[in-house]
Design a binder for this molecule. Structure first.
Ligand SMILES: NC(=O)c1ccc[n+]([C@@H]2O[C@H](COP(=O)([O-])OP(=O)(O)OC[C@H]3O[C@@H](n4cnc5c(N)ncnc54)[C@H](OP(=O)(O)O)[C@@H]3O)[C@@H](O)[C@H]2O)c1
Length: 248
């Protein structure tokens, strides 16, 4: 097998842009081949694939899916595994994020936030497990510090991420021996695009001991560590938040 054939294959969800794209770049720089999942961001996904395939031809493939369609998740995992005949890693990064004040939250919003943040990571892990088992692979779930200390007016998102923390521990036990399952809880990394509240941002920054937001590469490095350099870690969630969770 050539070195290229031997390189690990990782599926990253919601990876066309922002933190997901940086996770892809970091794993690619480490020599992995990437199945880049996207939903609506086809243009960004194609640009990312072109950028990385120019560095190593044939090292990035794209896969499109709405993760709310649970029945399609098996196909998504199989698709990713069939690109190169193996799957070594799954990074559950995709997420919907918006406010749901208790007075106005709807069942449709509950279902939507639970779908990408909790249900899809669980059923995608189920779908990927047979492939990952074969490789002694690993799963990384991107959680949030709000799983432990909920964000006001974002109860459904916070609950979903708390569920994803539980998924991380439960599947670590269930898949132990063959597949490690860990998580990363980011703090303020990239501000949500739909929210421009500068006072809220200043309030958050004032409570970060390192006095700055993190960068997507902080998350990418932690993902790389959990996938590639942590053979004795499973069921753990690493907080990457500049120390913020120590204060809130
Ligand atoms: N940004 C932060 O500072 C921060 C802080 C704490 C935790 N996190 C966590 O870190 C991860 C990445 O954060 P981010 O801000 O980069 O995420 P993001 O931009 O808000 O979302 C990432 C991607 O999720 C995909 N997605 C959403 N709903 C989907 C669905 N139903 N089906 C398929 N894909 C769906 C979207 O893909 P398309 O664009 O292709 O539609 C989107 O680009 C998330 O899990 C987030 O909860 C982020």
């Amino acid at each position: 097998m050539s070195p290229e054939d031997a390189s690990r294959v990782v599926l990253v969800t919601g990876a066309a842009r922002r933190i997901g794209a940086e996770i892809v770049r970091g794993l690619h720089a480490a020599g992995c081949r990437l199945a880049v999942h996207y939903h609506h961001s086809a243009r960004e996904a194609n640009t990312l694939a072109e950028e990385l395939n120019a560095i190593r031809p044939g090292s990035v493939r794209l896969v499109q899916a709405n993760l709310a369609e649970t029945g399609k998740l098996m196909e998504l995992a199989d698709h990713a595994a069939h690109f190169w005949g193996r799957l070594d890693g799954l990074v559950n990064n995709a997420s919907a994020f918006y406010a749901t004040p208790l007075e106005t939250v709807t069942e449709a919003q509950w279902d939507d936030l639970m779908a990408s943040n909790l249900k899809a990571p669980f059923f995608l892990a189920q779908a990927a497990a047979k492939h990952l088992r074969r490789q002694g692979g690993s799963i990384v779930n991107i959680v949030d510090i709000y799983a432990e200390r909920p964000l006001r007016n974002y109860s459904v998102y916070s609950i979903a991420k708390a569920g994803l923390s539980a998924v991380t521990r439960a599947l670590a036990v269930e898949l132990a021996q063959e597949v490690r399952v860990n998580g990363i809880a980011p703090g303020a990394i990239l501000w949500p695009e739909q929210e421009q509240d500068s006072k809220a941002r200043a309030d958050i920054l004032a409570r970060i001991p390192l006095e700055r937001p993190g960068s997507p590469s902080d998350i990418s490095r932690a993902v790389r560590f959990l996938l590639e350099e942590a053979p004795y870690m499973t069921g753990q969630i690493i907080t990457v938040d500049g120390g913020r969770s120590v204060l809130i």
